[in-house]
Design a protein around this ligand. Structure first.
Ligand code: FES
Length: 372
């Protein structure tokens, strides 16, 4: 071994003094051995293919049987594709139950359509196309002109060997199977509409409507909210208007009921308006973030802050739900509430203060809130 700078033997030197290889480029001997092994393998392949029995020609009867089998799967794919379009059009998605049913039906149909198409193509290859072993030699990146011509001939021969040119039933059923899937995106365009028209300017709360809260640990049934139910200071409850079940309407109408100690509410213009529209410190705010419309429920009792999980907008719930952090540009809208003769909390107006509910669309409208 050669000595290193410290006069010690260098463990990385070979006995002959040349550097040892730890990986990467093989030595000349390794290359020669590898090429020899490859030539031996190629000679073996040629010998084996010379010994292989000649391939038996497919009879016309076998070809027809294969054709019918493939066509059957293409028809299955076609029927499933049509069912997908029909279910997409007919099954409503107005509430969670029907939306779930629609998803299941669409998923099943799409699975069968793609599965049928895939099975048909696999059977086509296995039943009708020639079964030959082929060796593809390595060649330079750009093929010679002669090779290109050969490829063109090969391409045409292969297309003919699939029998697609002489079997119109296969050709047509394949196109039939693919047609509904090709049209599916047109149906999906339906989700871009209809235009919202006045929907963005309306909300379902009406004066006198009671509030429904989801079931609790004691009872799974939704129940109407009474003043006596909101006893804890710092409590935050999600509610919906009684009698409203339509999917989009309930999404818009979600309220957060918060009970604050009346002394905690800020003594400024926003705070006074907030207290005035509540009952004994109980206030009702829209749960829809005024930034991009995410539902908000993360209420921190100590700071009285309500956080939006989407982009961290933070609303101060003792200051008229004013924005203290994040991209939201206006406070959460508040619904005036009162108590009816039977002690239930009810809406005391048909509209929200601080502008309509919903995301920043309203910043550009006439309802932009600019007061402080
Ligand atoms: S949607 Fe609430 S911060 Fe963006």
């Amino acid at each position: 071994m050669a000595d290193n700078d410290n006069g010690q033997a260098d463990p990385f030197d070979s006995p002959a003094g040349s550097k040892r290889r730890f990986g990467g480029t093989p030595t000349s001997a390794e290359v020669a051995e590898s090429l020899a092994a490859r030539r031996r393998a190629e000679r073996g392949d040629r010998a084996r293919s010379a010994e292989a029995p000649p391939e038996r020609e497919m009879t016309e009867e076998e070809a027809r049987r294969g054709e019918r089998l493939v066509a059957t799967w293409f028809v299955v794919a076609f029927l499933a594709g049509v069912a997908f379009l029909v279910f997409y059009w007919l099954v409503p998605t107005h509430d969670a139950v029907s939306a779930s049913l629609s998803n299941k039906l669409l998923g099943t149909c799409l699975t069968i359509a793609l599965f049928g198409l895939a099975i048909g193509i696999v059977l086509w290859v296995r039943k009708l196309m020639p079964n030959k072993e082929m060796t593809d030699e390595r060649h330079e990146l750009r093929s010679s002109d002669e090779d290109r011509e050969q490829f063109a001939d090969y391409f045409v021969d292969t297309a003919e060997s699939t029998q697609i040119t002489k079997r119109p039933l296969l050709r047509r059923t394949l196109l039939l199977a693919a047609a509904p899937l090709g049209l599916a995106p047109l149906w999906l365009l339906r989700d871009l509409g209809p235009l919202p028209d006045k929907d963005l300017f309306t909300q379902p709360w009406r004066k006198g409507m009671r509030m429904v809260v989801a079931g609790t640990e004691e009872s799974e049934e939704p129940r109407l909210l009474k003043l006596a139910d909101v006893t804890d200071f710092g409590i935050a409850l999600s509610t919906l208007p009684e009698g409203v079940h339509e999917f989009n309407e309930t999404a818009k109408a979600a309220l957060l009921i918060i009970r604050l100690h009346p002394d905690e509410i800020q003594d400024n213009k926003r705070g006074r308006v907030q207290a005035e529209h509540g009952v004994d410190g109980i206030c009702a705010f829209s749960k829809i973030c005024t930034h991009a419309g995410c539902p908000i429920s993360l209420y921190e009792r100590e700071t009285h802050h309500l956080f939006c999980p989407c982009h961290q907008s933070t609303f101060d719930m003792i200051d008229g739900a004013n924005v203290v952090f994040g991209p939201a540009a206006r406070p959460l809208p508040q619904l005036a509430i009162t108590v009816d003769d039977e002690g239930y909390l009810v809406a005391d107006a048909d509209y929200f203060i601080n502008g309509p509910i919903g995301p920043s669309f309203w910043e550009r409208g006439p309802n932009r809130n600019t007061d402080g």
